[in-house]
Design a protein around this ligand. Structure first.
Ligand SMILES: *[C@@H]1O[C@H](CO)[C@@H](O)[C@H](O)[C@H]1NC(C)=O
Ligand SMILES: *[C@@H]1O[C@H](CO)[C@@H](O)[C@H](O)[C@H]1NC(C)=O
Ligand SMILES: *[C@@H]1O[C@H](CO)[C@@H](O)[C@H](O)[C@H]1NC(C)=O
Length: 368
């Protein structure tokens, strides 16, 4: 034990005390126990290991996230590839060749590793995804000040994986977004993984010391961690309320039209992604064809054709061809519906001056 301790002092220990502002989000557990007995009454912080040298977004985020748990709050970070040192640590991320959550070993580089998040997600995990898989619910529950079993914790656990973590796992494991051999048409180097990569020491930098490298890693943890927390907060204050509105509007769609294919969005919110997710989750059939809502100035009403998928420009049932590209009186004559304002050339959206007019357009379009 003594030998280990001395070795350890030769290594650089990141205390990450500059994190206090971010860490305030994660209450430290008074029950956290010392990592090993030192014979002294003050509890020793736990020790997390990750590799030194070039760092990536996955372990920067993984280290940040694991320190938000009760078990590892305030722990020190030791960056090394020395397996004798790694063996003595309380958790090891992205190095060591072992995935064993019961001993907090979270490497993903070893042959045969194939862990995925589950819940329908099949992207191979990185050290970030591994930490999130095992501790994500605890972290989110603390941020929301809810029990881990609360349905909103489970909901956010999946939503934050989908919108934030999965891309980091995929990028780290070299999985591209599309099945294609085509070279990309342009470079996109502003995503989080790229920005973390840019924080590594420049080869031209005369100071390539471990101290400088560790300071850069600390910045990387801060960058990835703050965006992770922002993602959770966005989901709490914006995504969840929008989801509730869409659930409520979907459930009363039968009152709008007996077809069940027209939804009135009675309070504007970002509805598109929720609509796709909820239709699938609630097994809604037939799928919604049109959504009616008041325009942002509250002056007229819009009727929007729902797309075939979240990323598609194609509509499930575009507004009728003869209406497209027409405006005002000409459109009203063509549709036989007074007060029409416009229908877009592609037929994905149209407008009427009143709610009744927009509903009439949707109903007529359904029968077209
Ligand atoms: C990692 O740290 C060890 C000392 O623990 C050092 O010998 C090695 O050069 C470092 N590796 C890199 C890539 O910086
Ligand atoms: C670049 O990548 C980021 C992250 O993957 C993405 O959010 C952004 O939309 C991309 N930008 C473009 C222009 O594709
Ligand atoms: C469309 O809006 C106009 C203007 O308010 C209105 O006169 C017309 O009745 C509306 N159409 C229908 C079918 O209600």
């Amino acid at each position: 034990m003594f030998g280990t301790r001395r070795r350890c002092c030769e290594l650089l220990v990141l205390h990450c005390r500059s994190f206090t502002a971010l860490m305030a989000a994660a209450p430290r557990s008074p029950s956290s126990v010392p990592a090993f007995s030192t014979g002294s009454p003050t509890p020793t912080p736990k020790r997390l290991g990750t590799h030194n040298g070039t760092f990536h977004c996955d372990e920067a985020l993984g280290c940040f996230m694991i320190r938000l748990t009760s078990k590892f709050a305030g722990s020190d970070i030791i960056r090394t590839r020395d397996s004798k040192v790694l063996e003595t640590l309380d958790a090891v991320l992205d190095v060591g060749g072992v995935y064993d959550p019961s001993h907090d070993r979270y490497d993903h580089h070893q042959k045969g590793f194939s862990e995925v998040f589950g819940h329908g997600f099949i992207t191979k995990l990185s050290s970030a995804g591994l930490v999130y898989k095992h501790y994500g619910k605890e972290i989110i529950a603390k941020e929301l000040q809810l029990d881990e079993g609360h349905e909103n914790v489970q909901r956010l656990y999946l939503a934050v994986y989908k919108s934030f973590i999965e891309a980091i796992d995929a990028i780290d494991n070299g999985i591209s977004r599309y099945d294609t051999d085509q070279p990309p048409k342009y470079v996109n180097a502003t995503d989080l993984s790229s920005r973390v990569g840019h924080l590594n020491l420049d080869w031209m930098d005369p100071d390539q010391s471990a101290e400088k490298e560790n300071a850069a890693f600390e910045k990387a943890m801060m960058l990835a961690g703050s965006e992770f927390l922002e993602s959770i907060h966005f989901h709490v204050k914006s995504w969840l309320p929008a989801r509730s509105i869409v659930i409520q509007c979907l459930s009363s769609r039968g009152d709008i039209d007996s077809s069940g294919e027209i939804m009135l969005l009675n309070q504007f919110c970002p509805w598109k992604l929720h609509l796709f997710e909820l239709e699938e989750e609630l097994k809604i059939n037939p799928p919604t064809k049109y959504v009616i809502y008041q325009d942002d100035r509250g002056k007229s009403w819009r009727v929007q054709a729902v797309a075939t998928s979240p990323s598609s420009f194609e509509s499930r049932k575009a507004l009728p061809l003869p209406w497209r590209g027409l405006r005002d009186d000409e459109l009203s004559r063509e549709s036989g519906i007074p007060g029409c304002v416009f229908v877009h050339m592609s037929g994905f959206i149209g407008g009427n001056q009143t709610y009744d007019g927009a509903l009439a357009m949707a109903r007529a379009a359904l029968k077209f």
